[in-house]
Design a protein around this ligand. Structure first.
Ligand SMILES: C[S@@+](CC[C@H](N)C(=O)[O-])C[C@H]1O[C@@H](n2cnc3c(N)ncnc32)[C@H](O)[C@@H]1O
Length: 256
């Protein structure tokens, strides 16, 4: 039967690759690399660099494929994601049928960890449920952008004995500072931190974390909010795209 590895490659630094990830990469016949648009091209370069550095096995084929973007026209968020995933499932199905030899193996290289704000696993499950191609798959964990962020800022993720909320910009206001004293925010295109009005909140922000373009800013939210907005806008204009993440925190270790 065909076998697929869904490999977490870490968050931009090729040295995030684990030994398990490198070993899996050296078992495959084919590596699928998504490429489309300016950001995707840069991310595809990171994936190709990983292949060049770590694949020692001979004859491994690298296959580029185009990923469609989400169409939000006259649809709810859930409907548009569902339709988008259905389209990607068709692309994956085609790749699995056409590009993996019988009893062969292939890899998808997933940014960060495949379990965190990534839908590769659920889309591959969709392909399996459709039943047009027989295959099995394994998931190899990777270093998330959360780990990259806390390591770069040299901070623990949680306060002693306290919980952490992981959320998106769209949902930040629901949890911080009401429910969570630490909140990690990903996928924030609207700088939701700017709407948090709390004199005790701290922010640890990072863009392109773990890469040679990394930018870090930390401080009391009220003091650094405008600096982050300006830095983010300038970096986005310079690169043509941005990936950023932040941890908002209120309170201190050993406080009840
Ligand atoms: C679709 S999610 C993928 C998350 C990924 N699976 C992980 O484990 O981190 C994309 C979001 O992850 C965050 N992200 C991923 N890599 C990053 C990096 N190197 N620097 C800053 N943020 C990053 C950003 O918030 C971005 O919007």
């Amino acid at each position: 039967m065909k076998h697929l590895y869904i490999i977490g490659i870490g968050s931009g630094n090729p040295e995030h690759m684990t030994v398990q990830a490198i070993n899996a990469l050296n078992k495959v016949d084919v590596v699928f690399v998504p490429s489309k648009g300016e950001a995707k091209a840069k991310l595809a370069d990171v994936r190709k660099d990983i292949c060049t550095r770590y694949i020692n096995a001979v004859g491994v084929k690298i296959i580029d494929y185009a990923v469609s973007s989400r169409d939000t026209f006259e649809r709810s968020y859930t409907q548009s994601v569902d339709a988008w995933h259905a389209g990607i499932a068709s692309t994956y199905e085609h790749l699995l049928i056409e590009s993996i030899p019988d009893s062969g193996t292939a890899a998808f290289l997933v940014w960060g960890d495949p379990g965190l704000y990534d839908s590769t696993i659920r889309i591959i499950e969709r392909v399996k449920q459709r039943g047009h191609v027989a295959f099995d798959y394994s998931v190899i964990p990777g270093i998330t952008s959360i780990q990259a962020l806390t390591a770069s800022h040299r901070i623990p993720l949680n306060l002693v004995g306290k919980s952490v909320q992981i959320t998106t910009g769209r949902r930040l206001a629901e949890s911080f500072p009401g429910l969570a004293d630490s909140a990690v925010v990903m996928l924030d295109g609207e700088q939701a931190f700017a709407k948090i009005n709390d004199p005790d909140a701290y922010i640890y922000w990072g863009a392109y974390v773990g890469t040679s373009d990394e930018i870090l800013i930390a401080g009391r939210l009220a003091d650094v909010s405008n600096e982050i907005i300006a830095t983010r806008a300038a970096a986005r204009a310079r690169h043509g795209w941005i990936m950023d993440i932040y941890l908002l925190r209120k309170g201190h270790d050993f406080e009840e």
